[in-house]
Design a protein around this ligand. Structure first.
Ligand SMILES: [Zn+2]
Length: 274
């Protein structure tokens, strides 16, 4: 018989495993969830009386002569105080020291994960939270914290995608300003706008490309896709047909375009639109 506690643990492990899988799919951390690693970098031993930190080789404070603090809890408390005071960076540094002194200090590692996440260091946050999960899958708030990190990563990637989108459009539009007959830029821009769900914009650039290189099949398939998105199915089918007429016999997109056209014509017959 499995105890209820064991069932809970299994359930949490399953959630974590699923989460890791998603992470990997998203090109995430690549970290194993079941490896307990301590933050990289040198331990900073501190004299809390003087508020100064030294490298791990130091034993006593050169200012007051006291022994440097070796109690992980002291670093933990100071780290949490720093975080509540809004000094995330100092808090992180102290919690890292605590974790180096005692890698099994789960409260430190959990809060370090949360603090990393607050600072936008998502991969490190995941590392700490999984270290906690390995030791105690039922650690209070663990799944919520992981959810928050995932949310942070998600928004981060959306922001990045937005920035890249702006950059990509910027380059292509600049290329066209420089050379209005740059067919590659025109067609790429058309495809970009199709991907962005803006078929009318796509069409504007593709039509310009078609005027410059009327014999190029690739322009017509892109136009067909844009027209289909605009609900102009009959015209879309016409463009697909044009593609097939111009494409070489061994064209590798031929069957794809044929299917596309077939579906379009079936749809037009069924709804009699266009
Ligand atoms: Zn001192």
């Amino acid at each position: 018989m499995t105890s209820p506690r064991e069932v809970t643990r299994m359930r949490i492990r399953r959630v974590l495993k699923h989460w890791m899988l998603l992470q990997n799919l998203a090109g995430g951390t690549g970290l194993s969830p079941f490896r307990l690693k301590v933050p990289k970098g040198g331990l900073c031993m501190r004299c809390f009386a003087c508020g100064v930190g030294y490298g791990p080789e130091s034993k006593t404070c050169p200012i007051c002569g006291r022994d440097l603090e070796t109690d992980p809890d002291r670093y933990f408390r100071a780290g949490m105080d720093a975080i509540s005071a809004g000094d995330i960076e100092e808090g992180v540094s102290l919690l890292e020291d605590c974790s180096r002194l005692d890698p099994n200090h789960l409260s430190a590692r959990f809060n370090l994960g949360v603090a990393y996440s607050l600072g936008g260091r998502h991969d490190l946050a995941v590392r700490e939270l999984f270290a906690v999960a390995q030791k105690d899958p039922e650690y209070p708030g663990l799944l919520t914290a992981l959810g928050q990190v995932a949310f942070g990563m998600y928004t981060h990637h959306i922001e990045q995608a937005e920035a890249r989108k702006e950059q990509m459009l910027g380059f292509l539009l600049a290329a066209i300003r420089l050379d209005p007959e740059d067919v590659d830029a025109l067609v790429t821009l058309g495809n970009v706008y199709i991907e962005l769900g803006l078929p009318a914009d796509a069409l504007r650039y593709l039509e310009r490309a078609a005027v410059i290189v009327p014999e190029s099949p690739v322009v017509y398939f892109a136009m067909a896709r844009a027209l289909e998105m605009l609900g102009r199915r009959r015209q879309a089918a016409l463009m697909a047909k044009k593609y097939l007429a111009l494409a070489p016999p061994n064209d590798r997109f031929k069957s794809e375009v044929e299917n596309f056209m077939h579906n379009l014509l079936q749809g037009t017959r069924a709804t009699a639109d266009g």
